[in-house]
Design a protein around this ligand. Sequence first.
Ligand SMILES: *[C@@H]1O[C@H](CO)[C@@H](O)[C@H](O)[C@H]1NC(C)=O
Ligand SMILES: *[C@@H]1O[C@H](CO)[C@@H](O)[C@H](O)[C@H]1NC(C)=O
Ligand SMILES: *[C@@H]1O[C@H](CO)[C@@H](O)[C@H](O)[C@H]1NC(C)=O
Ligand SMILES: *[C@@H]1O[C@H](CO)[C@@H](O)[C@H](O)[C@H]1NC(C)=O
Ligand SMILES: *[C@@H]1O[C@H](CO)[C@@H](O)[C@H](O)[C@H]1NC(C)=O
Ligand SMILES: *[C@@H]1O[C@H](CO)[C@@H](O)[C@H](O)[C@H]1NC(C)=O
Length: 578
Amino acid sequence: MASGSRRVPPALLLLLCAAAWSCAGGLEHDQPFRVPPGWQLAGAVSPGQELQLTFALRQRGLGRLARVVDAVSDPLSPQYGKFLSLEQLRALVQPSPGTLLAVGKWLRRHGVERCHSVATLDFLQCHMPASVAEQLLPGARFQRYVKGALSAIRSPLPYTVPEELAPHLDFVGGLHRFPAERREVARAWARQAGGQRRQGGTHPGSFHLGVTPAVLRQSYNLSAADVGQLPNNSQACAQFLEQYFHQADLAEFMRLFARGFAHRSRVDRVVGRQGAAGAGLEASLDVQYLMSSGANISTWVFSNPGRHESQEPFLAWLLLLTNLSSVPWVHSVSYGDDEDSLSRAYLRRVDAEMRKAAARGLSLLFASGDDGAGCRRLPGGNHTFRPSFPASSPYVTTVGGTSFKNPFLVTTEVSDYISGGGFSNVFTMPTYQAAAVRRFLRQAPKLPPSSYFNASGRAYPDLAALSDNYWVVTNRFPLPWVSGTSASTPVVAGIVALINDRRLQRGLPPLGFLNPALYRLQESGHGAALRDVTQGCHLSCLDGTVQGQGFCASPGWDPVTGWGTPNFPELLRALLPP
Ligand SMILES: *[C@@H]1O[C@H](CO)[C@@H](O)[C@H](O)[C@H]1NC(C)=O
Ligand SMILES: *[C@@H]1O[C@H](CO)[C@@H](O)[C@H](O)[C@H]1NC(C)=O
Ligand SMILES: *[C@@H]1O[C@H](CO)[C@@H](O)[C@H](O)[C@H]1NC(C)=O
Ligand SMILES: *[C@@H]1O[C@H](CO)[C@@H](O)[C@H](O)[C@H]1NC(C)=O
Ligand SMILES: *[C@@H]1O[C@H](CO)[C@@H](O)[C@H](O)[C@H]1NC(C)=O
Ligand SMILES: *[C@@H]1O[C@H](CO)[C@@H](O)[C@H](O)[C@H]1NC(C)=O
């Protein structure tokens, strides 16, 4: 996900394929192996080293699933809000008996017996020694990598599966992808250390108003009465890579900053294991702001379940989601990776998992990323923008970032130059956004050259919120200057959970996958529900052609701030029928 990482060159991959094994059973031959900065090879693992691999079994009914999602998420459809239970979802997507049989036989033949399935039967998580895994997946060679106190086991070489198994598997998790790191906070510190750097001038770093729950609630028009009231409504955030929150930090944050509105100061449920290590800034940020906008709503934190060195934490979260019949309706997730750093098989399968969540009525909100349009160097030497995933999945709601035009006042919001946004190179543009995006492309005063982005892809973000200069309490200390779309995402998630609360009070189903309703209401004259952000541009490639500038905000939807920022009373009015 970052430059400067080591990778196996594609030419070498081809060579390896040609040499020993056929690549016919290479499920992810396009998955680059990159050791992220900071990680170091610590040597081979012993043959007896215990691994935990995740087998993504080929699903069925994905076309039908897409039609179900369209119907249950479109406010004009008679099926709107008629979400599937986990059992109904299983009936739709579960692998064929042939697939279950073939994969089961293959694993047993290699003595792999310790496997756990999920409620939808489409994943198997298995434990085995490294020597068995290397026989099972020819090509794989497991090595240990370390970064500080963290340790991961991965295979720098591509794996294959027997040719007859290839039609039954999407991919095997736990071999190539490293846990993605969230870099927002590091950037916030760098910015603090290196002086305040922003487009359109500088401002003194010695004093700053800073974003607190009070500032957010004022900006998005939440009154003291706009808090959750139902004991059975809930919201969640997910944490990866050994990030933990502390109840004591949360309590201190609420004591310092949550004045004038009813709120909770405790997380109700942690799914997975909370480490005893010091609190992570990111984890503190998520929980503190989710519980400030989604105030007085029961909150869950998904943490890494018994984290294993060969686990992919994001994949582990997807397994939890598809294995629990009762989960919160709203999820805030600040995780992302470059789309081009992930295999097609993995991208499509994770997108299918998002679609499954949408069919169940879950609202998944993802941070749009903190690199603006991003930048990638193409083999010929030219540059192109670099979309981020899952931000680019058509089945999630992606949240971009804004900052105050005048940092000393709660006033007009402009684009935060770091706000991630752009167009997918993998997922085609969904119909719900086609009109809005085409209008942007037609009317934008100045677009980057068309070689920099794929105008036919899923465009993001969908909406935005403040992402600059948050106050967070971590390890008992209030810290300023925390920035990134990982801040805006829990804020929007909490607002969605508040609207769900009001809908549930009326006996209506929750909002589910938001985008079809969101785009429809903005198109149909409820424009005040999201306040349009029309100023500022985001970052991109530092080259002679685009000179560091990606897209710019403009009236209506744009790929920097989406439709804009929430205006709670209007959003509620639009999404809660009279
Ligand atoms: C899924 O849940 C079931 C029942 O709670 C459990 O037995 C199983 O181990 C879980 N699967 C995984 C992969 O954790
Ligand atoms: C809040 O709502 C009022 C009335 O709908 C509107 O005029 C105003 O622009 C909104 N925003 C703020 C920050 O007050
Ligand atoms: C907070 O939520 C609880 C239910 O979880 C409810 O009983 C209480 O009335 C709520 N507080 C306010 C001020 O609405
Ligand atoms: C939550 O509680 C309300 C009020 O008691 C009830 O009407 C509603 O059906 C419940 N919703 C769910 C999803 O359990
Ligand atoms: C790089 O971009 C230039 C200008 O758009 C174009 O003429 C050239 O063909 C591109 N080179 C490659 C290798 O794609
Ligand atoms: C552009 O996106 C479409 C999907 O919308 C994809 O099929 C196509 O390969 C992409 N083009 C490039 C050059 O990546």
